[in-house]
Design a protein. Sequence first.
Length: 78
Amino acid sequence: MSAGRPLTKAERKAMNRAEHERQITQDLIAQHGKDLGTFYAWLRIVNIRGTQAYRDGNTDFIREAALALQNVYSRHSG
């Protein structure tokens, strides 16, 4: 319950999604260490959200994620 009332379906869905993403991050950090685990968690969450965006027909999210990966790659490769 939040603010003295039950959560709406959309609020519950958002809360469950956030909890699931938090669990993914914790598991991957525990398995791979802080830096690599955080990176793997980011990739996993972007993959999940990208799939959802693709199904909804929103290509902007996919384009932004690809640009972010391009920026990370260009910063860390010679």
